[in-house]
Design a protein around this ligand. Structure first.
Ligand code: ZN
Length: 133
């Protein structure tokens, strides 16, 4: 595997992408509000497509536990996904969260009823979440 040049290039691409993401993320400040207080200390997660390994988004998860839902107001990057929370307010609907590279559906739109908060129900088998420290 190590001697396969294609594999090596793929690794390099992922490294470059990781650096680009890192540059954008390091300027981000955590959002603190009532949701953060309720759930616990926030952390940033990078979400990748499990099928093609493409970067999907950077998400602020409040508190511990498995990533079952992603709230629209906690999507930090990229900008077009971050803007969906405002589009939702305007149009009252949301579309699924797809991998831009291979179109795999990563999350399906829901309203988290207890908080009346638009979110994605995350399809666990379709993504990897990596802690950003
Ligand atoms: Zn993909």
């Amino acid at each position: 595997m190590i001697n396969n040049p294609m594999e090596k290039n793929k690794d390099k691409e992922i490294d470059v992408l990781a650096l680009e993401i890192h540059d954008k993320i390091k300027g981000l400040k955590m959002i603190y509000n009532t949701y953060t207080k309720k759930r616990g200390a926030p952390k940033l997660l990078n979400i990748f497509c499990k099928k093609c390994l493409a970067y999907v988004m950077t998400y602020q998860k409040d508190g511990p536990g498995k990533l079952l839902r992603c709230y629209l107001d906690r999507i930090r990057l990229p900008l077009d996904l971050q803007k969906r929370q405002f589009e939702y307010v305007k149009r009252g609907k949301n579309t699924s969260l797809d991998c831009k590279s291979c179109s795999t559906i990563i999350g399906t739109p829901i309203i988290y009823k207890p908080e009346n908060r638009p979110a994605y129900h995350m399809i666990y088998e379709h993504f990897n979440a990596i802690n950003y420290d």
